[in-house]
Design a protein around this ligand. Structure first.
Ligand code: HEM
Length: 411
């Protein structure tokens, strides 16, 4: 249970775990081991343990009960805070701007970055610019979890440079398009900025564009890779999806059925219950964001442990999904589990919860469901590896260079 700590020494009764070396803490082990770092410590210490990452004393917390409580305690006990490197990348933008064979990873990354640029911020760019934007975002994602050392040669420095170039690129594009106010952009940009309590100055526009494309492009391309990997491993799931599409006359590929575009409205997609199960199960088993970072506003107790003021807390989304106590086989991909009457009791923190939950959930659901439907309708595909090894960080992606072959479906 959560109890506010009434002035007790907050170094007493801390959760188990190691603080590592002075200053570096356990950052090097984390950079080397990525998600395995957390798995090893959870197996050893349980759902609450301490460590020291990227200059911050940190407590990683997982488990459905704990996450429900802590996401709800936003701005009372906890406040949004990413590791110095990630947070600074985001803040720096605020400061600067005031605002025949497919290479799977690169194709999906460019496709969903481009989709986000066009549909979320109405920016359609020439091919050379798109390619550069993709490379720069790639550089940022690859250096998200690095030591915050802003010196040439260090990942953090590369990420900051990439952000600077992206901001300039967006600023120039806005000028060339002759756009001067947020009314000239899709409403989501303004809504996003109102939620951040910003006055929406010109620099905020550039920053908003950066963040929306980043949030949407990275998470959706990572989830789409998981869609391809899971569907290629489970042909029975593809067959069931096709049966469902066929039952509502949506299986015929577009050229033979002109109603396709019209029929694929969100209302239609949302009625496809098996599609919904597959979508949720992919996002449960491979959430694009593995943990939410928070700063502790005041010392409190959780499950008998002290969680001290000013420490970092990571709410472990992936860990919670993978250790779901109500499931005997949480690591198995089994979409049908979402058809059970009590599926609402399953842990699903993919979009976090509470006041800082993801505002892009609706867009993500629409785009990923459309992607799954289009795959099933239009092609059969095989990947260069049958059971590709995945890494979970910074976002889920195949460990090796994965390629795919897509073959048009004959109905
Ligand atoms: C499968 C896709 C996605 C996943 C798994 C995902 C997940 C998340 C999670 C877990 C958070 C909370 C982070 C935290 O607690 O600190 C978050 C925040 C956020 N997401 Fe998403 N997201 C996705 C897609 C999108 C899209 C498409 C957009 C934009 C249209 C978006 C925009 C944002 C923004 C702006 C925030 C920050 C909200 C805030 O700080 O108040 N996300 N997302």
């Amino acid at each position: 249970m959560i109890k506010q700590n009434s002035g007790r020494d907050c170094t007493e009764n801390l959760p188990p775990g190691q603080m590592g070396l002075p200053i570096l803490g356990e950052s090097l082990q984390f950079i080397y081991k990525k998600a395995k770092f957390f798995d090893e410590r959870r197996n050893k210490h349980g759902h609450i343990y301490k460590t020291h990452l990227f200059g911050n004393p940190t407590i990683r917390i997982s488990g459905k009960k704990n996450l429900e409580k802590l996401f709800a305690a936003e701005n009372k006990l906890l406040q949004s805070a990413y590791p110095t490197s990630v947070r600074t990348i985001i803040d720096r933008i605020y400061d600067w701007c005031r605002s025949s064979q497919v290479t799977i990873f690169s194709e999906l990354h460019s496709m969903f970055l481009e989709l986000a640029s066009v549909s979320l911020v109405s920016m359609d760019m020439p091919k050379s610019e798109k390619t550069r934007i993709q490379t720069l975002y790639h550089e940022i994602t690859d250096n998200l979890f690095t030591l915050p050392i802003n010196l040439p040669g260090f990942g953090f420095h590369k990420a900051l440079k990439a952000k600077e170039e992206l901001n300039n690129l967006f600023r120039n594009r806005i000028k060339r398009d002759g756009k001067t106010s947020c009314e000239q952009f899709p409403a989501i940009l303004e809504t996003f900025y109102k939620a951040q309590n910003s006055d929406f100055e010109e620099d905020d526009l550039v920053n908003g564009i950066f963040e929306l494309i980043f949030n949407a492009g990275e998470t959706i391309s990572a989830s789409a890779i998981c869609v391809l990997c899971h569907l290629s491993q489970y042909p029975r799931v593809v067959e069931k999806l096709r049966d469902e599409l066929s039952s509502v006359d949506l299986l015929t590929p577009p050229e033979e059925n002109n109603n396709d575009v019209v029929n694929l409205k969100p209302e239609v997609l949302n009625k496809l219950s098996y599609l919904d199960c597959v979508y949720k199960e992919i996002l449960r088993i491979s959430p694009a964001i593995g943990g939410s970072y928070r700063k502790v506003l005041q010392t409190f107790e959780l499950e008998g442990y002290t969680i001290p003021k000013d420490w970092t807390v990571v709410l472990g989304i992936r860990d919670t999904h993978q250790t779901e106590t109500q499931l005997s086989d949480p690591s198995v991909f089994y979409p049908e589990r979402w058809l059970d009457d009590d599926s609402s009791k399953l842990s699903f923190f993919t979009f976090a919860s509470g006041p800082r939950r993801c505002p892009g959930k609706g867009y993500a659901s629409l785009v990923l469901k459309l992607f799954i439907v289009k795959l099933c309708q239009q092609c059969d595909f095989t990947l260069s590896e049958k059971n590709p090894e995945m890494v979970a960080m910074p976002t889920p992606r195949p460990k090796n260079n994965l390629t795919g072959k897509f073959i048009s479906r004959k109905v």
